[in-house]
Design a binder for this molecule. Structure first.
Ligand code: F6R
Length: 369
């Protein structure tokens, strides 16, 4: 049942190229347009949307943070994202022109369900992004876009996360398509890139042996920090969450630019710091800034573990360990950058003798508030 793998988590990590491809299947037509007819929110309603609000928990929340970049860039509609558990308690400003996107692998997370109910009471349209057919959250939403990750058994979410990202990109691009934004040409190009992304995930998986060896060598460490900028920030948060839940280590993710405002004081000699580096071809300012962040932490003794695109030579002098990922457009990079972090956490958990599929204190779906 684990398909020759020691753990469901390893099996599910390995299934990611297929999960991503299956989630795209039938949603892009031959002409490169998106066909999300199954999202039964009528085009005129989508054209009127003046605000997008994403609610989700844990890993799904990190997917939502990435969705915000995609929605705002491709549609220019303001997008908020909030942990579902906080949402209704601040009396959020919602109306009939708000589109609320609820992301949930299980479709049963109580915090997210309560946020959905609250949004519908305010007259907003709710679109669920969900991996479980017929579960409660899609049933209570106006519309649903299913992710096709297949059943996820390991408590720590991996393949569901990647498919949540794909679904978020599809929704953002679809909104852009329906509304005919100024990014029309870019949307076509991104749809093409998205079609090839499953192959890129496959390539990352083939190069994970050094990441495993590195993880094993860090089994006695107490703390690992994760840094990223732009969409690399939620990726850093996700890397830290995986490490906490699986390896039971102190792990924190930061927006790299925030480091100098306090957290840099945490850096001690030989402390592992994972840095997710944006593409040098995209927003090159961001790339250059993060290279100086890497220099700063290394000067203070950090052991730098750098995740950077193939061909990015600028990071080489400052990387104690270099993990290469295929070149992708900036917004899509989380689909490849997250994979090494999943493998890293899984291997560290194993090296520390932890139960990978069933971490202590956690349940697969959290059905209490
Ligand atoms: C982390 C993890 C959790 C879930 C969260 C939401 O690896 O699995 O953080 O992402 O509990 O669960 P769903 O997506 O089922 O609503």
């Amino acid at each position: 049942e684990k398909g020759g793998h020691d753990y469901f988590m390893l099996k599910e990590i390995a299934e990611q190229p297929k999960a991503v491809a299956d989630t795209l299947l039938g949603r892009i037509d031959a002409a490169g347009s998106l066909t999300l007819d199954e999202v039964r929110i009528p085009a005129p309603v989508l054209r009127e949307v003046d605000k997008v609000v994403v609610v989700a928990c844990g890993t799904a929340f990190h997917a939502g943070m990435i969705a915000k970049y995609a929605v705002e860039h491709w549609t220019r509609i303001p997008c908020e994202v909030e942990p579902a558990s906080e949402f209704r308690y601040r009396d959020p400003i919602l109306g009939p022109r708000s589109l609320v996107i609820a992301i949930s692998q299980s479709g049963e997370t109580m915090d997210t369900l309560m946020a959905v109910r609250h949004a519908r009471e305010q007259g907003s349209h709710v679109l669920a992004i969900c991996n479980t057919n017929g579960s409660t959250i899609p049933r209570e939403s106006d519309a649903v876009l299913y992710t096709h990750a297949g059943p996820e058994v390991a408590v720590a979410s991996t393949k569901a996360f990647l498919t949540q990202l794909v679904a978020c990109y599809l929704v953002a691009l679809y909104l852009g398509q329906v509304r005919g934004t100024q990014w029309g040409d870019e949307i076509g190009a991104v749809v093409r890139d998205l079609s090839g992304i499953s192959g890129a995930v496959e390539r990352v998986l083939k190069t994970m042996e050094p990441v495993r060896a590195l993880a094993r060598s860090l089994a006695a460490k107490n703390t690992v920090l994760f840094l990223g900028r732009h969409v690399g920030h939620p990726v850093a948060l996700e890397g830290a969450l995986k490490l906490k839940e699986l390896a039971y280590m102190h792990a924190e993710g930061f927006a790299a630019g925030e480091l100098k405002h306090g957290p840099i004081a945490l850096i001690e000699d030989d402390m592992p710091v994972v840095v997710v580096v944006p593409s040098p071809r995209g927003r090159s300012v961001l790339h250059d800034k993060i290279v100086s962040n890497i220099q700063e932490i290394r000067a203070r003794g950090a052991r730098t573990i750098v995740i950077a695109e193939e061909g990015d030579e600028a990071v080489v002098p400052y990387a104690d360990h270099l993990i290469r990922i295929p070149a992708t457009p900036t917004l899509l990079q989380p689909l490849v950058a997250t994979v090494p972090l999943q493998v890293f956490a899984c291997e560290l958990a194993t090296a520390r003798g932890n139960e990978v599929d069933q971490p202590r204190n956690l349940a697969k779906s959290v059905t209490v508030e």
